[in-house]
Design a protein around this ligand. Structure first.
Ligand code: NOJ
Length: 586
């Protein structure tokens, strides 16, 4: 926890913890995580040492896309709580010095949203349809979609409605795209931003921030580039869908709203665009910060990480913002699993890393020891960097992807909608409810011995506390979660949780200052990422060095105090392969 928490610049070097609310903690025993569950874990979050929580959508939703299909932007899903629960959660967070960021999804609503229902009822040519992207079809009777765009979840990006018109949905058909050429849409979102700001929210994470301005006419793209593959984008702002120049007008407008508040509300954009373009979203007259996903797509190669760090710092500097670092989130396979799979340089192939094999439904065993060892080194590399660190829930426990959830328990739309249905497992493997308590271990279930029923590692209240049996967690937890439960890791000084706590408390004490954002590279060879940063005043050091060794040969550590190491070092002066260390230099 940093004292930046108290000033306007709190976000510039913040450690932000992403909560996927339906899988964080269930307070009422219905098997779904909820807002009171988050409130109940505020002490855990404070002890972890984070500065802010970001909540993925908790709004009313039919869950066609994990809550990113929103029925009502200014309310809490009744299964997750009430507005009073939200207010109580915000005040509990603020009492612990933790800021609260909520997710804003401006590209699409849910198809059950009042506006969409009105548009369906009002018919063609109505002002209600103007809020979305309705078109006549092609072909003699309009029986074919208006163009050949494909949805990111598979199949055409157009759905036909009863009267014969078609509407655009870049994601699932339950997520109709909004028409950002319509001033009413602009007004509606400003109202939503003010609503949550008035409820004490400190900032916003903006979903698909690079996709709102679309050019529909004349564009033909059989396969829309996946929104996480930015290398295939044209980079001049003229791509018909992604990263168009006009999208920035929207964020300049939002900035006015953010600045109505004191301190101004914070925003971070999800924009899967090339680093050179990210700064546009991050500029101070727009969102202020943008996710840099280079770590999330990098494989375990020093070159990939070095480039990611260089580009990220450079882009941040040119925008007047600070860098961001993300290894995992609710859309990508958990990184200890990724690092435990055979690696290929991601940049060399211009493709998603091979580790997406985890999502294709085949059984593929990661090397867990190796994946964990690398994940431990990675968090030391990441948390010493200037900028904001985004941690995805369960990352601090070192959880692996759960790739083998039975098909009939999956929730993510990907498996059901992608071409060649049931060939991709989708994103549920990183969204499995957290294990809080090893004592409350599930019994072996008959339908699949890897998963339990009833008890939920303390995710839901145990029978004794609830007074009645809790429902099964909405996604099944594997039995191996027992070893990763919070109570186990809290007792173990060598656990991933203990390492995360140590990193975050040393980072706060030694490194964090909103204005101390430069790194000095140390030349330790190609296979090593080594840099120093100026140490905080009163830390007793002039600089802190962070060294990560990717190569086979052990490397000599710089002279100084060994502050942290990702593994127990046999020789305190030598750093072996796949290990990291922080050295305090006097
Ligand atoms: C990005 C979100 O992170 C992802 O989970 C979601 O499916 C899409 N946007 C659509 O909202």
């Amino acid at each position: 926890m940093t004292d930046n928490n108290l000033n306007d610049d709190w976000w510039k070097q913040a450690v932000v913890y992403q909560i996927y609310p339906r899988s964080f903690k269930d307070a009422n025993g219905d098997g779904l995580g909820d807002i009171p569950g988050i409130t109940s874990k505020m002490q855990y979050l404070r002890e972890l040492g984070i500065d802010a929580i970001w909540l993925s959508p908790f709004y009313p939703s039919d869950l066609a896309d994990g809550g990113y299909d929103i029925i009502d932007y200014r309310n809490v899903d009744p299964r997750l709580g009430t507005m009073q629960d939200f207010d109580a959660m915000v005040s509990a967070a603020h009492q612990e010095g933790i800021k609260v960021i909520v997710d804003i999804v401006p590209n699409h609503t849910a198809n059950k949203h009042a506006w969409f229902l009105e548009a369906l009822a009002a018919g063609r040519g109505s002002t209600a349809r103007e809020r979305y992207i309705f078109k006549e079809g092609s072909g003699p009777n309009g029986e074919f979609p208006p163009n050949d765009w494909q949805s990111l979840f598979g199949g055409p990006a157009w759905e036909r409605v009863e009267d014969g018109q078609w509407y655009l949905h870049i994601f699932a058909k339950e997520q109709p795209d909004l028409n950002w050429n319509n001033p009413e849409v602009h007004e509606e979102f400003k109202k939503t931003l003010r609503f949550w700001s008035d409820h004490g929210t400190d900032g916003f994470r903006v979903d698909v921030a690079h996709g709102l301005a679309k050019k529909l006419d004349g564009a033909s793209m059989k396969d829309l580039s996946h929104w996480t593959v930015h290398d295939s984008l044209s980079h001049d702002g003229t791509h018909p869908l992604w990263d168009r120049a006009q999208v920035h007008d929207i964020y300049r407008e939002w900035r006015q709203v953010f600045n109505e508040y004191n301190p101004p509300r914070f925003a971070v954009g999800e924009a899967w665009v090339v680093p050179e373009h990210q700064y546009l979203y991050a500029s101070p007259d727009e969102l202020g910060q943008v996710f840099n996903f280079e770590f999330a797509i990098a494989n375990w190669f020093s070159q990939d990480f070095r480039t990611a760090i260089r580009d990220g710092l450079q882009a941040a500097k040119s925008s007047g913002s600070t860098a961001t670092w993300v290894m995992s989130n609710h859309d990508v396979p958990r990184h200890p699993s990724r690092y435990g799979l055979p690696q290929a340089p991601s940049k060399a192939t211009h493709q998603l890393p091979k580790d997406w094999v985890l999502r294709d439904g085949t059984t593929y065993e990661e090397n867990r020891e190796l994946g964990t060892r690398r994940a431990r080194a990675a968090i030391l590399m990441e948390t010493a960097l200037p900028g904001s660190v985004y941690i995805y829930q369960g990352e601090e426990l070192g959880l692996f992807e759960v790739p083998n959830i039975p098909w009939d328990r999956l929730e993510d739309p990907t498996p059901f909608r992608t071409r060649g249905r049931y060939t991709e497992k989708g994103r549920d493997g990183c969204r499995v409810p957290l294990p809080w308590n090893s004592q409350d271990a599930p019994h072996e279930a008959s339908w699949d011995s890897r998963f339990g029923t009833g008890a939920s590692f303390g995710f839901s209240p145990s029978d004794a506390t609830a007074g009645s049996q809790s429902a099964d967690p909405h996604l099944p937890q594997p039995l191996w979660y027992k070893d990763f439960a919070v109570d186990v890791e809290q007792q173990d000084p060598t656990s991933m949780l203990s390492l995360y706590k140590a990193c975050l408390s040393h980072r706060a004490a030694l490194l964090t200052s909103a204005h101390n954002t430069s790194v000095t590279w140390l030349d330790e060879g190609d296979e090593v990422i080594a840099y120093t940063r100026q140490a905080a005043d009163n830390s007793g050091y002039t600089a802190i060095a962070s060294i990560t060794n990717f190569g086979k040969n052990a490397v000599a550590l710089p002279e100084g105090d060994l502050i942290l190491s990702s593994i127990q070092l046999d020789d305190p002066a030598l750093l072996p392969q796949d290990a990291g260390a922080w050295i305090g230099i006097k």
